[in-house]
Write a new protein. Structure first.
Length: 424
């Protein structure tokens, strides 16, 4: 019997498992995932009901031939009023993924079995036939093939200055770090480094937990994600792009957004969704670099949008002066008797300003350079030359099918990845 090991049981790993459960031959599937429930991962484990999906329900079906599958499931199980333009809590989507997986598991043949091991994989080796994975309790297991479905790495802390404040209990290296969003001094100011969806999530959690102090969001450009419109926009246009130099693509997108008038950019961004990987892969390396340097920040805020209710909450907190967005960089952080003194250099201005805060939480994007990750699984995979960094150092190098490619260009039989590691 073949054994397939899936490392990580978030949405990516669980859907791979759900696919394998349809095997028509004997198969042993092992999912190594420390969380108690499969299908939730980081995004859908949240218990905060104000953490909403940032995609409307009509685009979230897990059944390709039934685009309304999620909406129908919602109507049967949670909200009879759900429409394909409902933005539902992320925890509800986690339940949907779990239900979908459970149905597949029940329908599997008796000789196709699945085991959930609640541990972490900390090292992996290639063997004559297949792979050997070493787990966090000291045990190990062998597999014929491995799928790395490990999700987003934590953010880099290179953007945070060094100093004793890092060990003061007032600095949190990520919003998901234990305690980062708990036991906050109710009226104390909080500084969130970053102003993307993670910072928005953190601000929403703080509000929901009763925090009433000021929340500073500091990022290089000081741009917040745009909001989905409250009412469903009219049908998408037949807009599409063919691979072309970056300058030309940007001009076409801007022209189309202007032509379609107020709110027309929603359609333009949505229409690009399916083409994005192909457009990106056909850019020259120089254009890809240019995109990352100059365009990405604008792309991100238009592409990854806030659900309408989340946007209203943030707008209200901004009006009350409780959310304050700053464009700039953190220069220094001093540990004072009552908290942290953070020196921020505003964008385009030479003199810094000082923000006194109770705690500082790193809400910047996940580290995209896997060579910098300190988790032993990644250090061991790089050290044994089983994996290589992806294009421009982002994610991992893979084939179109997600097979990992070693530094000497070999496609490794039976070693795959999907989701965030394929960012590049
Ligand atoms: C906070 C947040 C909110 C998001 N909201 C949305 C949204 O509203 N809409 C949307 O479309 N997308 C959203 N996303 C994007 C989201 O990343 C993807 O939709 C999807 O959840 C990614 O799934 P994944 O399984 O690849 O990763 P993850 O969900 O991160 O799962 C990876 C799993 O791997 C496990 N793991 C990691 N390393 C190991 C190891 N060494 N051994 C064993 N297990 C390991 C982790 O415990 C984790 O459970 C959000 C992402 C985040 C982080």
């Amino acid at each position: 019997m073949r054994t397939i090991l899936i490392v990580g049981g978030g949405v990516s790993g669980t859907l791979v498992a759900a696919g394998l459960l349809r095997a028509t031959h004997p198969l042993h599937i092992v999912v190594v995932e420390p969380r108690p429930t499969l299908g939730r991962g980081l995004a859908y484990s949240t218990r905060c009901c104000a953490h909403l999906m940032n995609v409307p329900a009509g685009k979230l079906s897990l059944v390709e031939e039934q685009p309304n599958h999620f909406v129908e499931w919602l109507r049967e199980n949670f909200y009879s009023w759900a429409t394909d333009y409902s933005f539902v809590p992320r925890s509800v989507y986690g339940r949907y993924v779990g239900d979908f997986f459970a149905v597949r598991r029940r329908a599997a043949r008796p000789d196709v079995d699945l085991q959930h091991v609640r541990l972490e994989v900390i090292r992996m080796e290639r063997k004559a036939a297949g792979y050997r994975a070493y787990l966090s309790d000291g045990s190990s297991l062998s597999a014929d093939a491995v799928v790395l479905a490990t999700g987003n790495p934590p953010p880099s802390d290179e953007v945070i200055p060094e100093g004793p404040f890092r060990r003061s209990g007032r600095y949190f290296p990520s919003a998901w770090h234990p305690g980062a969003l708990e036991c906050v001094n109710q009226h104390g100011a909080v500084l969130l480094l970053g102003s993307g969806l993670t910072a928005i999530d953190a601000a929403v959690s703080l509000e929901e937990s009763g925090h009433r102090g000021v929340i500073h969001l500091v990022s290089r450009h000081g741009l917040l994600p745009r909001a989905h419109p409250r009412r469903r926009p009219a049908n998408a246009l037949g807009f599409g792009l063919r691979p072309a130099p970056l300058r030309q693509l940007v001009a076409q997108v801007r022209r189309e957004a202007a032509r379609t008038g107020t709110g027309g950019w929603y359609h333009v961004m949505d229409a690009l969704r399916a083409d994005t990987p192909r457009l990106w892969q056909r850019l020259t390396t120089e254009d890809q670099r240019r995109f990352l340097r100059h365009v990405r920040v604008y792309w991100d805020v238009h592409r990854h949008r806030m659900a309408p209710d989340v946007a209203s909450m943030i707008a209200r907190m901004t009006e009350q002066g409780r959310v304050q967005v700053h464009a700039g960089r953190i220069q220094q952080v001093h540990l004072g008797p009552a908290g942290l003194e953070v020196e921020v250099r505003p964008r385009g201005r030479p003199s810094p300003k000082c923000l006194s805060v109770d705690r500082l939480i790193n809400c910047t994007a996940p580290e995209s350079d896997y060579r910098k990750l300190k988790h032993p699984l990644w250090t061991s995979l790089f050290a044994s030359r089983l994996i290589d960094a992806g294009p421009l150092g982002m994610g991992l190098k893979t084939t179109e099918q997600g097979e990992l490619v070693s530094p000497d260009g070999r496609v490794l039989a039976g070693l795959f990845t999907l989701g965030p590691p394929r960012l590049g």
